[in-house]
Design a protein around this ligand. Structure first.
Ligand code: UD1
Ligand code: CA
Length: 421
């Protein structure tokens, strides 16, 4: 097994979410929480990732099916976070070395501070390097207790806090770098003498300390990185913070977002310079947008959409799995699904690609410079040639391709007869 190993705890159901689904599968900005944590662990240098599953185990495995090389440990009964880590022992086998332990319900965690944790544990020769954060409102977190000289003593869970301890603002975000096999020794000594009667991972650092091992608590995590999602309200907060982060990155890269709070952009979207996103637009899934495009207001770009440079998508236009080549425009009230529009195609108001026959999706292709008149419908599969014109209100029926340069009108669409005289 290659180290560093990351263990991500995701076996709890998350009762406070009041949901049928396992907590880590709830989505933030279009992806389930567990994905973000897996990505952060990888970004921090973890070579082997173990996800501890229990409640909703099958769904969690399924959600991570396309993530490469994840191993799953099963925690049969949710006896606490310490017990969850213990469930990994058979998988880790004889591996000795660093292990990062994280929780699956902190989707905002970033790779850089986690990489720091691993590096500091190594350089300090510590048995445990505990990342902490100092937050304005510590409620919900375990608190960090230190002695008069500022040395780490232990973590105390909120439920087990005295009133004085409750006031402590240095908290445990559940980001730990341990060393194996040392951690197993501590986990063997856990007991359930706490308010919840569980095996708490949070007792492990103090146990290691009492065993004469070096334990350091380092306030290296930013408050906005450690938002733990325990309720739907937290989920909405995580969403808002992550949106701000995604949009901030895009704006840094030269994208204009006119009204960030009324715009939704998936973290996987790529957007070129000088593109302007107008209010009330939603960009969901993997969408690629070129340079100098115009999106919205009120546009919905969905997974698999590509807008090449200078393309424009305006009000109440939905684009799904479609490509608009350079300078193509659909500025008002349209649905483009499974469509490929050549350069400078002009899509009039109210155009629809009827891509679904009730059973299957079909493609529509429109050649360079073609004009699709207002209210026209293209019943897929169908091709409209370059420079062709589809008259307003025409219905181009399936497989009745329109040749290049031809003008068609009516229902069903037929070539416009040449004018006499
Ligand atoms: C935990 C910490 C707390 C910390 C907080 C925020 C403990 C005892 N407490 O509390 O100090 O401030 O996280 O990070 O660790 N899980 C399992 N198996 C279990 C129980 C939990 O896999 O038996 C998983 C959950 O799916 C979740 C994570 O561990 O992803 C944390 O569990 P949760 O119940 O959210 O712990 P908190 O009460 O937030
Ligand atoms: Ca939590």
């Amino acid at each position: 097994m290659q180290g560093p190993v990351a263990i991500i705890l995701a076996a709890g159901h998350g009762k406070r979410m009041r949901s049928e689904r396992a907590k880590v599968l709830h989505e933030v900005c279009g992806r389930s929480m567990i994905h973000y944590v897996v990505e952060a662990a990888r970004g921090a240098g973890a070579r082997t990732i173990i996800v501890v599953v229990g409640s909703g185990a099958e769904q969690v495995r399924e959600a991570l099916a396309d993530e490469p090389e994840i191993r799953f440990a099963t925690q049969e009964r949710q006896l606490g976070t310490g017990d969850a880590v213990r469930a990994c022992r058979p998988l880790v086998d004889r591996y000795e070395g660093p292990v990062l332990v994280l929780v699956g319900d902190e989707p905002l965690i970033r790779p850089e501070p986690l990489a720091d944790l691993l590096a500091r544990r190594e350089s300090e020769h510590a048995a445990c390097l505990l990342g902490t954060a100092i937050v304005p409102d510590p409620s919900g977190f375990g608190r960090i207790l230190r002695d008069g000289a500022g040395r780490f003593l232990r973590i105390v869970e909120e439920r087990d806090c005295s009133p004085e301890e409750r006031a402590i603002r240095e908290v445990n975000p559940s980001c730990y770098a341990f060393e194996l096999p040392g951690l197993w020794d501590a986990l063997e000594r856990l007991d359930t003498g706490n308010a919840q009667g569980e095996y708490y991972l949070t007792d492990a650092p103090a146990l290691l300390h009492s065993m004469g091992r070096r334990v350091i608590a380092l306030p290296c995590l930013a408050p906005e990185d450690i938002l733990g999602v325990n309720t739907r309200e937290h989920l909405a907060q995580a969403h808002a913070l992550l949106q701000a982060r995604i949009q901030g990155r895009l704006m840094d890269q030269g994208v204009s977002i006119v009204d960030p709070r009324n715009t939704y952009i998936d973290g996987r979207a790529e957007i070129g310079r000088d593109t302007v996103i107008y209010p009330f637009s939603a960009i969901t899934g993997r969408v690629a947008i070129g340079v100098g495009c115009r999106v919205g207001p009120f546009a919905h770009l969905r997974d698999g959409t590509i807008l090449e440079d200078g393309a424009e998508v305006g009000a109440f236009v939905e684009v799904n799995r479609s490509r608009l080549e350079v300078g193509a425009k659909a500025r008002h009230l349209a649905y483009l699904g499974d469509a490929h529009l050549g350069p400078s195609v002009n899509v009039g108001a109210g155009v629809i690609t009827a891509n679904f026959d009730g059973r299957q999706k079909h493609p529509t292709a429109v050649g360079a410079g073609a004009l699709l008149g207002s209210g026209s419908i293209l019943v897929a599969p169908v091709t409209v040639g370059a420079g062709a014109v589809v008259g307003a209100g025409a219905v181009v029926t399936r497989n009745h391709d329109v040749p290049a340069g031809q003008t068609v009108v009516g229902v069903p669409a037929r070539p416009l007869p040449p004018r006499s005289g």
